[in-house]
Design a binder for this molecule. Sequence first.
Ligand SMILES: Cc1ncc(COP(=O)(O)O)c(C=O)c1O
Ligand SMILES: N[C@@H](CCCC[NH3+])C(=O)O
Length: 454
Amino acid sequence: MTVTPLPPLPLSPTAPERPQDQDEGLSVWPASAVDRPDGRLTVAGVALDEIAERHGTPVYVLDEDEVRGRCRRYRDAFPEADVHYAAKAFLCRALAHWVEEEGLGLDVCSAGELELAVTTGFPPDRILLHGNAKSPEDLRTALRLGVGRIVIDSPAEIARIAAAVPPGSEQKVMLRVTPGIGAGGHAKIRTGSEGQKFGLSLRDGHAQHAVARVLGQPRLRLTGLHCHLGSQITTVKPYLAAVRRLVGLMARTRDLYGVVLPELDLGGGHGVAYRPGDPVLDPAALAHRVRVELIESCAGAGLPVPRLIIEPGRAIVGPAGVAVYRVLAVKATAARVFVAVDGGMSDNPRPALYGVRYAPRLIGRRGAAERVATTVAGRHCEAGDVLAENVPLPADVRPGDLLAVPVAGAYHLSMASSYNLVGRPPVVAVSAGTSRPLVRRETLEDLRARDVGL
Ligand SMILES: Cc1ncc(COP(=O)(O)O)c(C=O)c1O
Ligand SMILES: N[C@@H](CCCC[NH3+])C(=O)O
């Protein structure tokens, strides 16, 4: 039998797309990042390829000074406010320690986050507990450890918390109000609008009613109102609208019950740039505009200015984190060049959840070849497991190369899973030319150990 040879397959797409983003600068990287002439990238003086060699990949790197600097920037921008870091963005003992040392408080939303912080030495009175469905364990732990404030999210919680407070003592609480203002980078992370699961609606009167009920509970002390509009918000305007609406409810509370609430919590949600050129919310500009609005609204209502609380998460830790992956496969189809790495949606579910895309770069060597528009995919069994699309990577990227993804500090590992029984990556801190492990890799033994039945 004669076999007719097949024509050779194209090795790269017939018409490579123009890469979307040609920015070769380091605008979305930690301020300490340096791109060395040999293509090695250092963060806080430590080469990322060295960390990959020592700890394996994927590995998450956290720049301690970037985190601390961001905490300080918030403290400087909001000197008259309490700044609580939102632990859901990412939490480990070292991070709790840094945040505490920088004078911030903490916002937690589970017994797990609360225990970790308090056992690290975080003063419980500087912690707020959130949650739209707090478990009995969450509340027990909060009361046992003496959490500073519990933020009530639903009518049924009022009596439940009051009943759990021991006779003769008092728990400080706030009320989470739904102001009817939706803001944020994606529909799934907008939490201030009507019709989503968080808070007590201002419009339908639930918030007002809850104020009255909390004031009627002798074991609860209502210190103020809270709202959180959403996440990855890049303009100041929604915060100003929220100030006006919440001050309106504070004025009604004074008029109806003779109570002047001393605190106002505007939540977090401050947006950061994931890719060069993305808009960001500048803390100093936000602080100035919020301060002016608060003073004017309170003056208009004849109220004293309450103590402001804010809860940034992403803006503290997001840009301080870098994820480092190793390339496992390269595939050029007629439509696209795919580079597949050894992590993906198990350590970073954000692209799959919100359709966001990142700006990875080749590290460890300088690619010599021309740049082609590349799709960076994860290793998981889902077509949606894609970290980046149409990014300019050298055409000679090959298995074994390292790719680093900036702005990986928030909502990656805190939302990570062990999908496909892939263990979660370790976290390594870098500071002043040195590195140290903070969180170890989740091993196959860890995963197997959970499987206890047959
Ligand atoms: C109540 C509350 N506070 C603060 C945050 C922190 O948000 P971000 O990380 O966007 O600042 C969140 C999350 O969106 C939240 O739900
Ligand atoms: N998980 C979201 C942010 C939601 C914050 C929690 N309310 C993100 O990755 O962008």
